[in-house]
Design a protein around this ligand. Structure first.
Ligand SMILES: *Cc1c(COP(=O)(O)O)cnc(C)c1O
Length: 822
């Protein structure tokens, strides 16, 4: 060991679990006074929050380094989880929970006369994701660290995350999310590990003295990728994993001609272009096509990450990659980083002199792809011309991968040119396109869907040809959510009750939650369970009041649908039911009607006109209903603005009824559904995504099932006639009449016409009119059961008790055992 290394050993702090209370108080003061240069707390809690994070980070550093050394030195396989999105939310409470620090933090804060909750509220959400896919990556980070698995998250450090949503006269307004304005004290910049990323330029071919051809990507315009590391502590296990986020920066090279011409400031201004790459998250859930900057982001992340790992490899083992694939896996979160397949080939061949076949063997033994959607419009494609301009060397490699792949197809199905065209990585046409999903499948050893139904539909439909060629590649990994954040942290009242009943082991081994089941009919336990739900409903009612001004009464049933606004998720069906109820109330038909508070929330992609119109409809219906004093005892409705992770932490514990009502076959899995289930929410839902497995786990009698099934869809679409459906259903007819009469848009004529047209269209892919009657009937059953509070509570307990399989710990164990082989 050289002197430098031993010096590092000496200054390393104790990485054991013991945290000295006095040191912690001193750390807090030191950071507040010296690091941040403050002497008064003032009204803003921001500095105190930062000092607190820095003190906690100090406690993490030793364990963090130990975990990293462990990953790097030991000869076990490690995983790079590559994702364009990580929807982390807040980290302070999660870190305190996982390190068991809460009591010490509260004590240390006493000297500042400040409650922990106030300081927590000063943390901005890290909103580097759109919805389910990004939140899944965040839950996976927590589970990997808690299971002690050597997994590093790799993503992009967007300067601006998911936009903040406000509602103005029922319209969505998007505001920039400047989450880094007050610094993000969790991150540590690691400029030593910065990587160089190439764009544009051209390819030169030359022969070496042995006559072998080499390709050189030259005349490129390069940008730097600078990593920022965020610690990911495991649950009380002394493990700290890393989330590494890349920021783009300009190289220090100037455009010499401009510089020499005296245009110094113009030359410097050019640098801004490089920094644009990681400026903003694309705010589109499940579809974004053709935007050049987005492709740049994807390549930037892929190249920086692969270089990071290859450089570390070469430092340790030199340029011998014989055992590389035994020690590394790259998990691709959707096709977004799938250009990594071609980039790994390029790096191994052009930078490390490998020939095609060994490089391909390594690539196809290390890449694994997770598919997240069946919606055809969401399958990523990039125009070939864009590739040729931006990433010319990568396009060459993709062509070569495709040529070799199509030979395999031709061997399997001789003469079947249709199959070749259908499976090709290149889609021919007026504007030829690169199909990223095909590149991902061809280049990966594992392709997984995210729920049983979704995986089955992938294999039978979208990717059927590939399944016939390589059945061994396909597997299912049903999604999950972390029970630390989505039960323990977000629902302390229920957590305490559960732990009193069955102990605390469920927090780290969530399969133990089923020990609650025997108590579902216990009268005393039911009362305690109801009391906990009631308190959480009070807490949610406060939030709703703050956000919208509308009073929610915790004695009423809380009916909630929060998720991205999308036609396939059918917020529209939900609001049709609300209007139907409103009608009944106005007609005096309220016998046995359960009073309800309906909350709908979620962001619409800024360019998605229908989704924005649906927000407007919900808002207008809410305004009409809430203004009607006669309706108030039975029905209240809000559109909840700026739905995000922190909001969900208050929403899911206070929910009675969870709306999971997507058109069958459209929702890959869903994860919101699982959060509600853990917190004792009952689900009204279709047989779609993970709902299918939730229903199996809890039993049909504890789930409000409705709607068309996947097997019926072909039949239904073959002669779908919504106008007939509407004409023959007086309730649906009346609901549509009310909307069409302009009742909800008296001074805004015509604005809901696109919605009416969509429902009445024989090609409506979302089957809103078709499923209406069945949905209303299921909502009737909801009311009936809710009138019997004992039965409802028993079902609620059974739902929490059956939620064990929906822990992301279970999901990650399956990835680890069946894909990663850790
Ligand atoms: C869990 C979660 C989602 C995913 O919700 P789905 O109902 O599965 O679409 C989206 N956004 C946030 C903030 C979440 O916490």
């Amino acid at each position: 060991m050289n002197d430098k290394a031993s010096f590092c050993e000496v200054i390393r702090r104790d990485d054991g679990p013991a945290i000295n209370e006095e040191t912690f108080k001193d750390d807090l003061t030191r950071h507040f006074y010296y690091t941040l240069g403050r002497d008064k707390v003032g009204t803003s809690r921001s500095y105190l929050y930062q000092a607190l994070v820095l003190s906690i980070r100090d406690q993490l550093i030793g364990r963090w380094r130990a975990s990293r050394d462990d990953h790097r030195s030991q000869s076990h396989r490690q995983v790079a989880y590559m994702s364009l999105e990580f929807l982390m939310g807040r980290s302070l409470n999660n870190a305190m929970l996982n390190l068991d620090l809460e009591d010490r933090v509260r004590e240390a804060l006493e000297q500042y006369c400040c409650e922990l909750e106030e300081v927590e509220a000063a943390e901005h959400d890290a909103g580097l994701g759109n919805g389910g896919l990004g939140r899944l990556a965040a839950c996976f980070m927590d589970s990997c660290a808690s299971l002690g698995l050597p997994v590093t998250g790799y993503g992009i450090r967007y300067e601006y995350g998911m936009f903040n949503q406000s509602i103005d006269n029922g319209h969505q307004i998007e505001q920039p999310d400047n989450w880094l304005r007050e610094d993000y004290p969790w991150e540590i910049k690691a400029p030593d590990d910065c990587r160089r990323i190439k764009f544009f330029g051209r390819v030169e071919v030359y022969e070496d003295k042995n006559g072998r051809q080499h390709h050189q990507w030259v005349d490129t315009r390069d940008v730097l990728a600078v990593p920022y590391d965020i610690p990911v502590p495991g649950f009380r296990n002394n493990i700290v994993n890393t989330l590494r986020l890349w920021k783009s920066e300009a190289t220090d090279e100037f455009n010499l001609s401009e510089f020499n011409a005296g245009s110094y400031s113009e030359a410097v201004a050019q640098k801004n272009l490089a920094e644009q790459i990681t400026m903003v998250l694309y705010p589109n859930d499940s579809s974004e096509n053709g935007k050049e900057l987005r492709l740049r982001q994807q390549y930037f992340l892929s190249s920086a990450t692969l270089q990071d790992i290859l450089v570390q490899w070469v430092e340790r083992y030199g340029e011998d990659f014989t055992y590389f694939s035994e020690l590394h896996v790259f998990q691709l979160n959707d096709t977004h980083p799938s250009i990594a397949v071609a980039e790994l080939m390029r790096l191994l061949m052009d930078e490390y002199g490998m020939s095609w076949q060994p490089a391909w063997n390594i690539t196809t033994a290390t890449m694994a792809y997770t598919n997240h959607t069946l919606l055809p419009e969401a399958l990523e494609k990039w125009p070939v011309w864009l590739f040729a301009k931006l990433l010319p060397r990568l396009l060459e490699i993709i062509y070569e991968i495709n040529a070799r792949f199509l030979q395999q197809v031709a061997m399997k199905w001789p003469g079947d040119v249709d199959k070749q065209a259908a499976m090709s990585i290149i889609e021919e046409g007026d504007v030829p396109q690169v199909r990223m999903a095909h590149l991902a499948i061809v280049g990966s050893f594992s392709v997984n869907g995210v729920a049983e139904l979704h995986t089955r539909l992938l294999r039978e439909g979208l990717f059927n040809h590939f399944d016939q060629l390589w059945p061994e590649k396909f597997n299912n990994k049903t999604n999950g959510v972390t029970p630390r954040r989505w039960l323990h942290h977000c629902n302390p009242i229920l957590t305490q009750l559960i732990s009193e009943k069955i102990g605390t082991e469920w927090v780290s081994d969530f399969s133990k939650i089923n020990q609650l089941a025997p108590f579902h009919a216990d009268e005393k336990f039911q009362q305690q369970w109801q009391a906990a739900k009631f308190k959480n409903k009070q807490r949610l009612a406060l939030l709703v009041k703050e956000a919208t001004g509308v009073e929610f009464d915790p004695a009423m049933l809380f009916d909630v649908q929060v998720k991205r606004i999308h036609e396939y998720k059918r917020q529209l069906l939900n609001i049709l039911h609300v209007i139907h109820r409103y009608e009944r109330i106005r007609l005096g038909d309220t016998d046995n009607m359960v009073p309800r508070c309906v909350l709908i929330g979620g962001k619409a992609a800024p360019g998605y006109f229908m989704a924005k119109t649906i927000i407007k409809l919900i808002s207008n219906v809410a305004a009409t209903i809430n203004a009607d004093a006669a309706v108030k005892p039975y029905l209240r409705v809000v559109f909840f603005p700026n739905y995000n992770v922190t909001a969900m932490e208050k929403i899911c514990p206070g929910t009675d009824l969870s709306e999971q009502i997507s058109t069958a076959g459209k929702e890959a899995s869903g994860t919101g559904n699982m959060k509600f289930m853990m917190n004792g929410g009952l689900t009204i839902g279709t047989l779609d995504g993970a709902n299918v497995e939730m229903l199996e786990a809890v039993g049909q009698e504890n789930f409000f099932l409705f709607g068309a099934r996947i097997e019926q869809l072909d039949d239904i679409f073959s002669d779908y006639s919504p106008n007939q459906t509407i004409a023959s259903d007086p309730e649906l007819k009346e609901v549509l009449r009310l909307i069409e009469s302009g009742h909800f848009n008296l001074f805004e004529p015509g604005i809901f016409q696109p919605i009416i047209d969509a429902i009445r269209s024989p090609t409506d892919p979302w089957l809103t009119a078709y499923d209406f009657a069945s949905y209303i009937e299921a909502q009737q059953r909801v009311d009936q059961v809710y009138l019997d509070q004992s039965q409802w509570t028993s079902m609620s307990i059974l739902n929490t008790a059956a939620s064990g399989p929906f822990s992301s710990d279970r999901t990650i164990r399956e990835y680890s055992e069946n894909i990663w082989n850790l």
